[in-house]
Design a protein around this ligand. Structure first.
Ligand code: HEC
Length: 140
């Protein structure tokens, strides 16, 4: 191999390993979450929207859209915000929103609602279990 080709090969191998490493970091560990609720047929309209309304709409609703995320309709939740989808139907380990509300992860900045927002109720383990069940059941 010519030196130029060789260094290109090394550079791309390096870039690839960096990419793989960051993809692995993003893998979320669902075993750290509260257990899923055993409620059947959990839906956004009946179960999820009322709790998000109390804890999230202030910053992710009609008035403000932090991180360009709205949580006040099912379509908007599925679409996600600046960082792409925050929930993936059926896949809790690909759904950072569930980890954000459970305060599970390395980055406290991502915990929701943010700690500094003192007048916004944090979700209880039971509520997080309901969100988890909703995602696992297909986020309808
Ligand atoms: C007081 C304001 C506030 C409240 C209340 C709040 N958030 Fe946030 N949210 C933010 C801010 C600010 C960011 C951007 C954080 C960052 O980029 O580090 C954010 C980002 C997010 C993100 C990442 C979005 C993306 O794709 O980039 C998710 C998911 C999220 N919030 C979910 C929620 C949920 C669920 C609730 C309710 C339980 C909630 N938030 C309540 C302010 C809030």
């Amino acid at each position: 191999m010519k030196p130029v080709a060789l260094s290109l090969a090394i550079a791309s191998a390096l870039a690839l390993s960096l990419l793989t490493a960051s993809a692995e970091d993003k893998k979320l560990d669902a075993s750290k979450l509260p257990p899923a609720s055993d409620k059947k047929e959990v839906t956004y309209a009946a179960d999820i929207k009322p709790m998000l309304e109390k804890s999230c709409f202030k910053c992710h609703g009609a008035e403000k859209q932090k991180s360009k995320l709205r949580l006040d309709s099912l379509d908007a939740v599925i679409k996600g915000g600046d960082n792409g989808p925050d929930i993936v139907a059926g896949k809790v380990d690909k759904s950072p929103l569930v980890f954000a509300v459970a305060h599970v992860g390395d980055d406290e900045e991502e915990f929701m609602p943010p700690a500094k927002s003192k007048d916004t109720p944090k979700l209880t383990a039971a509520q997080i279990g309901l969100i988890r069940a909703w995602v696992e059941q297909g986020a309808k």
